[in-house]
Unconditional design. Structure first.
Length: 90
């Protein structure tokens, strides 16, 4: 694996397991939609919000010129993508 992305905020501070080849890691936290209390509509909105946030981040990642970015610059872009969509409307 070349990249590992954690998305659960609980995992952000945890030590990741060893991954062969030392992949680049980034935390792309999103609120856990399964933890939402409320109506069925509230829960559905939470899942759709998480989906839209991750979809947006994956699209940004897929557009990166990875072959042209080096180490720290790529790591910085991955961290920036992890913040994208945090203000997405429900």
């Amino acid at each position: 694996m070349d990249f590992i992305f954690t998305v659960c905020d609980n995992a952000a501070g945890e030590a990741c397991p060893y991954w062969h080849g030392h992949p680049m890691t980034a935390h792309w936290g999103v609120p856990d939609p399964a933890a939402v209390d409320g109506s069925t509509t509230d829960k559905e909105k939470a899942f759709w919000s998480a989906f839209r946030t991750l979809e947006s981040r994956i699209k940004l990642f897929a557009c990166l010129p990875i072959a042209k970015l080096e180490g720290m610059r790529l790591r910085r872009r991955l961290a920036e993508i992890g913040k994208a969509g945090d203000d997405a409307p429900d």
